[in-house]
Design a protein around this ligand. Structure first.
Ligand SMILES: [Zn+2]
Length: 253
């Protein structure tokens, strides 16, 4: 069998020739994949808009010697409400970049990551305000890191291992988790974190992606932005590839 079928989300595209492109995708069955979209730049292309970034497709690919070729694509979700909103576009680009940087070929966790990316893109697309967008991004950041083996510690101090309860604590983006007040006296390089902020992050990490917890309802844009930045720094430090979308985000804010 030289053909295979999988669901995949378009993450990136490169020009291959005057009419062809290479699409980098994250697939449900094989993790990161690349495929040649032949003739996609021609006006009458069969594949057309389905090869745009941030589209989820059911694909049929033909296994080639070097590169696989995309033979058929049926759009599953174009996340169309994202396409009219700059914030939604940038946060969607950011999470696809995280998947591109941390996802691997033949990923054993491909189904889990695909489902998480799909749900996050869908939630961002349908969000009614920036808080909803940011909560979806934060949930994605925490869960994606946990699946990729870079889980963030939110219960016990990373230095002494003591459980940190209802008191001030610090967050280390470098180490990826919380540090208690007394251990922080020697470290000093971390961001102060109220325990309620930690509880919010813990809820985002533990509960199902679609579950709306009491913390989601209470969260405001400022709290969400602080959490997003802390997690973004942690993800940046642990990524082997440099991020491009976050520079754009900084420029427009
Ligand atoms: Zn400690």
């Amino acid at each position: 069998m030289n053909n295979f079928v999988t669901d995949a989300i378009n993450l990136k595209a490169y020009n291959l020739s005057e009419s062809d492109k290479i699409i980098v995708m994250y697939s449900k069955d094989k993790g990161l994949i690349k495929g040649v979209a032949k003739g996609v730049k021609k006006p009458k292309s069969k594949l057309g808009a389905r090869m745009d970034l941030l589209v989820a497709n059911k694909l049929m690919l033909y296994k080639g010697k070097n590169l696989d070729r995309i033979c058929q694509a049926e759009a599953l979700n174009t996340f169309h409400k994202t396409r009219q909103n700059m914030d939604k576009i940038f946060y969607s680009m950011y999470i696809t970049e995280v998947v591109n940087n941390f996802g691997v070929e033949d990923d054993p966790c491909s189904k889990e990551i695909y489902d998480l990316l799909y749900k996050a893109l869908d939630k961002i697309s349908n969000a009614i305000d920036n808080v909803e967008i940011l909560i979806a991004v934060i949930k994605f950041q925490l869960k994606m890191m946990a699946i990729s083996g870079f889980g963030i510690e939110l219960d016990t101090c990373l230095c002494c291992g003591e459980t940190v309860k209802d008191c001030n604590m610090y967050f280390s983006s470098k180490m990826g988790g919380i540090v208690c007040e007394s251990c922080n006296e020697t470290l000093k390089a971390n961001a102060l974190m109220h325990y309620k902020l930690r509880d919010f992050l813990n809820a985002c990490l533990q509960y199902d992606f679609d579950y709306v917890s009491e913390y989601d309802e209470k969260a405001n844009e400022k709290v969400c932005s602080v959490c997003f930045e802390l997690l973004k720094d942690y993800i940046n430090i642990h990524s082997s590839k440099k991020f491009k979308s976050t520079n754009i985000l900084q420029e427009i804010k």
